[in-house]
Design a binder for this molecule. Structure first.
Ligand SMILES: Cc1cc2nc3c(=O)[nH]c(=O)nc-3n(C[C@H](O)[C@H](O)[C@H](O)COP(=O)(O)OP(=O)(O)OC[C@H]3O[C@@H](n4cnc5c(N)ncnc54)[C@H](O)[C@@H]3O)c2cc1C
Length: 504
């Protein structure tokens, strides 16, 4: 008899990773519960930088325009000198937007506003996070996971097919699984505080004593709010007074100014910086995502972005397997995401060292647009292809036109939960349609027109090529018309095999 589960997935933790995963499952109709031990939403600004690649993902999830509407761009950085003068500079390499990369500027949105929009999107999809409900233990067997929860209404035990620990750096799920979290403590402790203050303008990110770890302090005007985010290193040991009075004293001592008045503190925290990576992201039916799997210094604004992208990678795979795709698809989550986190830990630590010296510059690498999965078992080798895109690469955008005349972007064609198969000068009937895959054809009698050549520039297709784009916007496979068997094998591997209707 088939076992009846309370839900397919239990997501533990309603931070950025848990919410992104919940949206991904909700829009695919997969049953899940999202629990959060806190009684209400987190209200700190912490992860305020939304990188261009995450903007593309938020566009797909349906919240990018709302995010831009409530957030803003980073202002220039103002380095204040001892004598009261200052110099403004732009510490971020912005690049330029292009047809292939529509977003090139990191957005600033305080984390509590981003998470608020994600909850709003989740509600539109008919789901809510359950606050005040804590995971206190679990056991798994071959068929499912038995989880124990505690909340105001008392204890609850339920059976789910999969458990995802999106429960932050101190992850209970990681501890119960006994997964090691090796790495290092970076010897830096810092404060972060969201405050209302007077005495500083809102047109710049004010920085004092750059390069001096004992006296450094910065004030970033938080877009979408009237607050500033204060950040600064503090001694490794000892209590820190995070009240308005306590912060005022630190500010006066470090800036030598008596005109900066902290009026109120909305959220504040003192934390030690670590760079750690979980040895494994999965033990059978239980997964780790977000800070539960990797923690690092905030330099470069990578943590929330990487956490959302973990969930974006795991979500479609869990949904596919819940709907009958081979279980092996789930192995590709750790295979693809763990190397990304390892590289990101190196980057954030390198930027922290630069910050200590007072010469941090954030380049293209923080934008996360070059992340890809070329080594993945979901990225078959293409020995015949020289140059251009390869399987595992991010699928670029391109403005094109529908045959009926309307302007459309490739990202519009990708938007949603389906796979997309793009054919270039191919025969339409060569691939049978199937559920969850949209087919578009460029070329004579195609439904898509590439008048301005943006598709050709970005994808460098050869005549007869088929390009398969995954639901998370990475290239799954590129095959020639002479190699349709490879495409069919690939589609079966990801759960898109042909259904025998008995009508053929
Ligand atoms: C000063 C600072 C600046 C930062 N700046 C940036 C930035 O610019 N860009 C960026 O990308 N990142 C930034 N980050 C990092 C970012 O905040 C984190 O990476 C992000 O919050 C991780 O999201 P998460 O969902 O994985 O974990 P969390 O946000 O930690 O969420 C985990 C949730 O799980 C809940 N939970 C834990 N245990 C249980 C349990 N047993 N049962 C139920 N619920 C549980 C917790 O209460 C929590 O709400 C910054 C961090 C700091 C400290």
């Amino acid at each position: 008899m088939t076992e009846k589960f309370a839900a397919d997935v239990l997501i533990c933790g309603a931070g950025a990773a848990g919410l992104a995963l919940a949206i991904e499952l909700a829009r695919r109709g997969i049953s899940f519960r999202l629990i959060e031990k806190m009684d209400g939403p987190f209200h700190g600004s912490r992860g305020k930088g939304i990188q261009p690649r995450t903007q593309e993902i938020f566009e797909d999830l349906g919240i990018l325009d709302r995010l831009v509407a409530i957030g803003g761009l980073y202002p220039s950085e103002r380095r204040h000198r001892e004598d009261g003068s200052y110099v403004d500079s732009d510490a971020t390499d912005h690049g330029v937007s292009s047809a292939a990369e529509p977003y090139h500027l990191p957005l600033m949105v305080p984390q509590f506003l981003t998470e608020g929009l994600m909850r709003e999107r989740l509600e539109e999809l008919g789901h809510r996070a359950e606050f005040g409900r804590e995971l206190i233990g679990f056991e798994q067997d071959a068929d499912g996971v038995t989880v124990r929860l505690m909340g105001e209404a008392g204890a609850e035990t339920l059976r789910v097919r999969w458990l995802v620990g999106a429960d932050g750096g101190r992850s209970v799920v990681r501890h119960v699984l006994g997964i090691d979290f090796p790495g290092k403590t970076l010897g830096v402790r810092a404060i972060v505080a969201d405050v209302i203050l007077t005495g500083l303008t809102r047109d710049a990110w004010h920085r004092f004593n750059e390069g001096n770890m004992a006296r450094q302090i910065s004030f970033c005007p938080l877009a979408g709010t009237g607050m500033f985010q204060i950040q600064g290193p503090i001694p490794l040991e000892g209590d820190i007074d995070l009240s308005a009075e306590g912060l005022k004293a630190i500010v006066a001592e470090r800036t030598n100014r008596d005109d900066i008045h902290i009026q109120s503190v909305s959220w504040a925290s003192a934390y030690s910086m670590n760079a750690r990576l979980a040895d494994r992201y999965r033990v059978d039916r239980v997964f780790l995502a977000g800070d539960a799997a990797h923690i690092h210094p905030p330099t470069g604004g990578q943590g929330l972005n990487t956490s959302v992208q973990d969930a974006y990678n795991l979500g479609w795979k869990l949904a596919a397997v819940a709907n009958g795709a081979p279980e092996a698809l789930l192995d590709t989550y750790e295979e693809e995401r763990r190397p990304v986190a390892a590289a990101m830990l190196g980057l954030a630590t390198k930027l922290l060292d630069a910050l200590k010296r007072g010469d941090m510059r954030r380049g293209r690498e923080v934008h996360q647009l070059d992340i890809g999965y070329p080594e993945s078992s979901l990225a078959p080798e293409q020995p015949s292809r020289v140059g251009g895109l390869l399987a595992g690469d991010r699928a670029p955008d391109a403005p094109v036109r529908g045959a009926a005349g309307r302007a459309v972007r490739l990202f519009d064609l990708f938007k949603g939960t389906h796979w997309t198969l793009l054919g270039y000068e191919v025969e339409r009937g060569a691939v049978r349609p199937r559920r969850d895959m949209h087919i578009h054809i460029f070329g004579p009698k195609g439904d898509m027109l590439d008048d301005e050549g943006h598709f050709r520039d970005a994808y460098a297709p050869a005549v007869g090529d088929w390009i398969l784009v995954r639901p998370d916007g990475y290239i799954g496979a590129i095959v020639t018309s002479g190699d349709m068997e490879t495409l069919e094998t690939y589609l079966a591997q990801v759960g898109l095999g042909l259904v025998d209707t008995g009508c053929n």
